[in-house]
Design a protein around this ligand. Structure first.
Ligand SMILES: [Fe+2]
Length: 121
């Protein structure tokens, strides 16, 4: 099986046993411990945190986007190839628990998804 696909979305096959390709590309979502309904909170999405992704003109993370469980668009940032450690911070307000879905696009290895469940107090 190929390590990645340029068609569709790449997702880790086993979160407890990530390949180097998955470690480099899967967006990691960080949220505060205490998230309350109706109150804005910060969501940090980082790529290459588990294993550094190259960031050069010929190979880099071009953009990072954030959606909720039902694919409501929450935000997006485009990144230049000079960003050594791609990470983006979004401010999000939720009314219900959801599964955050972060997407990162590598110009050579396509689209990657990382998810994180958010429970509300
Ligand atoms: Fe890549």
């Amino acid at each position: 099986m190929a390590e990645f696909s340029l068609k569709g979305v790449n997702r880790p096959r086993d979160m407890d046993n990530l390949t180097d390709m998955e470690k480099k590309h899967t967006p990691v979502i960080h949220i505060p411990e205490d998230v309350r309904a109706g109150e804005p909170f910060s969501v940090k999405v980082a790529v290459g945190e588990l294993l550094r992704h190259p960031n050069e003109l010929s190979h880099y993370i071009n953009w990072i986007a954030l959606y909720d469980e039902v694919y409501t668009f929450l935000g997006m940032a485009t990144l230049p190839p000079v960003v050594a450690h791609p990470k983006v911070r979004f401010t999000v307000t939720l009314e219900e628990p959801t599964l955050l879905r972060a997407y990162a696009f590598c110009n050579l290895h396509g689209l990657w998804e990382g998810v994180r469940r958010v429970e509300l107090r």
